[in-house]
Ligand binder design. Structure first.
Ligand code: GCO
Length: 455
């Protein structure tokens, strides 16, 4: 018996602006923190930048044609803020908007729903120079940008996602410093987390005021699927700490209008949270229509000490991380589809009535085109099959899961790893920009056609 998904289930693929677009200095786009960061020596492997990336800016038609061939029902992409509103302030850049209008039109012509993310990590550099996400003003700027984007594109976008993975922005960007802007300041990271939440809430209000009632509003989080190494109270406490600073720091304000009390407690000594003003939590908990979750691998923790600088303020001297058992992807991330099922079931119980979307899931492997020009990626097919299997089990367990977006459509700029890590189901030869669908692309097309997995 095949494992079929409900009618209307959304079958998508996801990308992000800085990872694929290129055209970094074209048509009025100004630098983002990733342009600056990738130019800073020692930050990105091989000195790679997103200047050209997969040249998607010039290949929209070809890329949408590929999506159509695959049978995608939905496509998740992000808008480059500094393309739409150079420097993060002031009027819109018509040419930047035209690019996204054109993309949305191509998608709609192909019968594919456009799912737009407003922020996938590429803050305009000027806003970082003014203090970045640790400053409240960045949240206000973000809401203004959301309103401008909504005015210009509101008739074309089916689903709006405010932020992608604010955990990464706050804690990799301002805590451990492995992502742009590369700061290592725990207090700044916690301020950033709050102002990202605030930016989300303000943007949700700005969007709601400007887009048609049929448009859906969402937020994407990389929730951690956390497992303590044992049931000892010390290991359970380590899991609680990571849950607070990785998951509940976003879930509680957004869905319950409160800050987790244990998080505030765990971080005394770093901050007093005085930057949270009256009324902020009400704004942050503005109702949205669905929650997007990105899942790749579980997080296994025990009591102990972890590396420093750590992306988990309040935890480094209390929590150690262990690899989950099992095979690894090229990122060295353990493959563990049960972690996805556990996360979905948890959200079913904790957020009743909130529809869920898997907005990213996928794997990097060392793919190459063979002499016949084919790209065989059986490990990726196995990864995707196992995770879609976990999603299917979750549906059977009553999880309100509406769709699945595979990460990623194209090989692309994998942040601090540069072009060395290939997540695409379509191979990109970065010298010629030639696209070659991998075996996994054909496999996914077949899954979509069938409406589920062959079993
Ligand atoms: C993520 C990012 C992607 C990454 C992917 C693989 O949101 O983490 O959205 O940009 O490329 O996760 O690391």
């Amino acid at each position: 018996m095949n494992a079929l998904f409900p009618d209307g289930f959304r079958w998508g693929a996801a990308t992000a602006a800085y990872q694929i677009e290129g055209a970094a200095a074209e048509d009025g786009r100004t630098p983002s923190i990733w342009d600056t960061f990738s130019r800073t020596s020692g930050t990105v492997r091989n000195g790679d930048t997103g200047d050209i990336a997969a040249d998607h800016y010039h290949r929209v038609r070809e890329d949408v044609a590929l999506m159509k061939e695959l049978g995608l029902t939905d496509y998740r992409f992000s808008l480059s803020w500094s393309r739409v509103q150079p420097t993060g302030r002031g009027p819109v850049n018509q040419k930047g908007l035209d690019f996204y209008r054109g993309l949305a039109d191509e998608l709609l012509d192909a019968g594919i729903r456009p799912v737009a993310t407003l922020y996938h990590w590429d803050l305009p550099q000027e806003l970082e120079d003014a203090g970045g996400w640790p400053e409240r003003e960045t949240a206000e700027r973000f809401a203004e940008y959301a309103g401008l984007a909504a005015e210009a594109l509101g008739d074309r976008i089916a689903t709006w996602t405010t932020l992608n993975e604010p955990w990464c922005t706050a804690f990799l960007g301002y805590g451990s410093g492995v992502h742009a802007p590369g700061r290592t300041d725990d207090a700044a990271a916690l301020r950033a987390a709050h102002h990202l939440n605030l930016g989300h809430g303000l943007a949700a209000r700005a969007l709601r005021a400007a887009v048609p009632a049929s448009a859906e509003l969402s937020l994407t989080l990389n929730l951690h699927s956390i497992r303590p190494v044992s049931s000892s109270p010390e290991d359970a406490d380590a899991a609680r700490r990571i849950d607070a600073v990785a998951n509940r720091i976003f879930l509680d304000p957004v869905f319950h209008g409160r800050l987790p009390a244990d998080l505030v407690e765990d971080t005394t000594g770093i901050t007093d949270w005085a930057f949270v003003r009256d009324g902020d939590l009400e704004v942050i908990s503005t109702p949205i229509d669905s929650l997007g979750i990105n899942y790749y691998t579980p997080t296994v923790v025990g009591a102990g000490v972890s590396e420093s600088p750590s992306p988990y303020p309040g935890a480094p001297d209390r929590v150690r991380f262990e690899p989950a058992p099992g095979s690894r992807t090229a990122m060295d991330w353990p493959v563990d589809a049960d972690g996805l099922h556990e996360l979905l079931v948890r959200l079913r119980d904790e957020l009743p009535g909130v529809p869920l979307m898997i907005t990213e899931n996928g794997a990097a492997y060392d793919d190459y085109a063979d002499p016949e020009g084919a790209v065989h990626d059986p490990e990726r097919v196995a990864y995707l099959d196992a995770h879609l299997g976990a999603a299917h089990r979750a549906l059977a367990d009553g999880v309100d899961l509406r769709g699945y977006f595979l990460w990623s459509l194209l090989d692309n700029f994998e942040w601090a790893y540069g072009y060395g890590k290939r997540f695409g189901i379509v191979h990109v030869d970065f010298a010629s920009q030639r696209r070659t669908p991998k075996d996994s692309a054909r496999w996914y097309a077949e899954v979509i056609r069938r409406g589920g997995l062959a079993r």
